[in-house]
Unconditional design. Structure first.
Length: 195
């Protein structure tokens, strides 16, 4: 168990996050929490299916990362290894080391071959063609091998598809059973009482 936690890439502080700690304050957040609980409960049954993944998409501040990490923690507590991929940090490191073929392959394999991959804040910030190519390599490998992903992104499904149809359509198909879309500033927890 200790080895699973150490290998995950999730900080000690984040390893304390649970679904029960997620505060529900709207219908959308209630549905998001329910989806997270259902996903964990059904993971063993669906883990080898094409639709074995979950995505939290849309509104900033709606707790997408909280629920994603809570799912990862719940799975790890059941002995399922999860690899955390903070999108912006990992993409930057991979791009900086593309010319070092050995390093690049070793690092990208961690994300391609993880038992479960948590991609946090997918396509956050300015993206380049290299970002898209790296993410396609990871997502396509996992799609073909039917390896689960947990995704958080500000991109709603339509925007994902418009941004890159190959990546977007794979994610949507993989997450079809558990595709959680949260929209509207009223679902931004940080702005509650302000907006």
């Amino acid at each position: 168990m200790r080895n699973i936690l150490e290998q995950s890439g999730i900080s000690t502080e984040y390893q304390k996050i649970s679904v029960n700690q997620y505060k529900v304050y709207s219908q959308a957040t209630q549905l998001a929490k329910k989806a997270a609980i259902d996903y964990v409960m059904n993971f063993e049954e669906i883990k080898d299916d094409r639709q074995n993944s979950i995505a939290f998409l849309g509104q900033v501040g709606a707790g997408k990362t909280h629920l994603s990490i809570a799912i990862a923690n719940a799975l790890m507590n059941r002995g399922v290894p999860v690899r955390y991929m903070p999108y912006r940090d990992v993409i930057t490191e991979l791009k900086q080391n593309m010319l070092d073929e050995e390093f690049y392959q070793r690092e990208i394999e961690k994300y391609k071959k993880a038992k479960v991959l948590l991609i946090d804040d997918l396509f956050k910030g300015k993206t380049t063609e290299a970002d898209i190519n790296i993410m396609f390599e990871i997502i396509n490998h996992r799609y073909l091998a039917r390896m689960p992903i947990i995704v958080s992104s500000e991109y709603i499904p339509e925007r994902l598809l418009a941004f890159d149809g190959a990546i977007g359509s794979r994610i949507i198909e993989m997450c079809k059973r558990y595709l959680v879309v949260i929209q509207g500033e009223e679902n931004n927890y940080r702005l509650r009482g302000v907006v």
